[in-house]
Write a protein that binds this ligand. Structure first.
Ligand SMILES: [Ca+2]
Ligand SMILES: [Ca+2]
Ligand SMILES: [Ca+2]
Length: 378
């Protein structure tokens, strides 16, 4: 079973629990790690509003390249590719050069997540017969199976102190959240429902975990502490509410919902209060990701045969919308310095490839050669 990020929200078409899970994971993106705040260029918000973004394609292959994740030090992107015939985790410099296969294993290896110090990666592999959570050094050496359980274990996220791993497992009969130490000890079940729990994200202060569950019959966003306290629902309606994403200061949570009959971007306070709709578009909004300074949110809008990435401020004012020749897009993710957004996209129906949108920087000088152009928000 593969969870491809581009599979879309199939749960509205095929209501099986497996597809439901795939759909929950789709588009939301993995949790990044807070980065060294000194990397962030505080002048970037002003520059974004004055500069034309430039899109650069980083991969050129015939296979799907997916799930790019920034190293917290901003120097590399890890990603998944099956260019050698099975899924492997690769890492490349952020200019697209010096790509290296880190896993080199005949099984499928995916879901890479950097450690806070950029020295290790968590990943998922079925090399031992079922999906397990592994850790390896950032050069691919020293891989260790952490979960060691006959069930499926996947979607690992680091705690911000780098000491524990939160993941999802179906070992109890339904998908639930679990935590363990970085050596695989002290594996604990944190949720105890017959429903699907996933999409877990630590709050920046590590006091809370936000996650998604369909225990009420539709996807809602829940909050608990990292030890498995009784979850509290932050959203409560008969529509879908998913893709929660913490603001860097931990005060707000961005998410998407179809409560108006159309998918839109929302922000709420971390206790679920003050839910505010930031977009009103005919497209389907997806994958909200906060800028490192917490002043903006990047997201994808998907329409018929097109997709574009926009950056919006907390008042819902669109700062930038990119239109270009990349007809499908998923999982935008900010560079730690806030100058670039990585994403995956398809050109002319080709395979998923990795792109960088330069919001500001030296690439602007060469923009005639690039894919990007700027457009008014529809
Ligand atoms: Ca492999
Ligand atoms: Ca469950
Ligand atoms: Ca919309």
């Amino acid at each position: 079973m593969e969870f491809n990020v581009h599979r879309g929200r199939l749960e509205r078409i095929v209501p099986s629990i497996i597809v439901f899970l795939a759909a929950l994971l789709a588009g939301c993106g993995m949790q990044g790690i807070p980065t060294d705040s000194s990397l962030f260029d505080a002048t970037i918000p002003d520059r974004i509003s004055r500069t034309t973004p430039v899109i650069v394609r980083l991969t050129e292959t015939e296979t799907d390249e997916e799930n790019p994740v920034w190293s917290p030090d901003g120097t590399r992107l890890a990603f998944e590719s099956s260019r050698d015939g099975n899924k492997e985790i690769y890492a490349m410099d952020v200019d697209g050069r010096r790509t290296r296969n880190l896993t080199q294993n005949a099984a499928n290896d995916d879901d890479p997540i950097w450690s806070p110090d950029s020295r290790q990666l968590l990943f998922v592999s079925n090399r031992d017969g079922n999906k397990e959570i592994y850790v390896m050094d950032s050069d691919g050496s020293n891989p260790r199976n952490l979960s060691r359980n006959a069930a499926n274990d996947r979607w690992p996220v680091w705690s911000y102190d780098g000491l524990t791993v939160m993941f999802i497992s179906d070992r109890s009969g339904s998908w639930d959240l679990f935590s363990m130490n970085l050596d695989g000890t002290d594996q604990r079940r944190l949720t105890t429902t017959a429903a699907v729990e996933d999409n877990q994200k630590w709050s920046p202060d590590m006091k809370h975990v936000v996650f998604v569950s369909n225990q009420s019959g539709n996807n809602e966003i829940y909050l608990m502490d990292g030890k498995g306290s009784v979850p509290r629902s932050l959203t409560r309606n008969s529509s879908e509410n998913t893709c929660p994403n913490w603001s860097p200061d931990g005060k707000h949570i961005a998410f998407v919902s179809n409560r108006t009959g159309n998918w839109e971007l929302y922000v709420m306070d971390a206790d679920g209060s003050h839910q505010r709709q930031l977009t009103r578009t005919p497209e389907e909004e997806d994958s909200p990701r906060w800028s490192p300074d917490g002043k903006m949110i990047a997201f994808v809008s998907k329409g018929e045969g097109s997709a574009f990435i926009s950056v919006v401020d907390l008042a819902g004012r669109i700062q930038k919308t990119m239109t270009d020749t990349v007809s499908e897009k998923e999982v935008p993710s900010w560079s730690p310095d806030g100058s670039r957004i990585s994403f995956i996209g398809k050109e002319n129906g080709g395979p998923w490839q990795i792109f960088l949108m330069h919001l500001w920087g030296p690439q602007q000088a060469k923009r005639e050669d690039r894919l990007g152009s700027i457009a008014a928000f529809p």
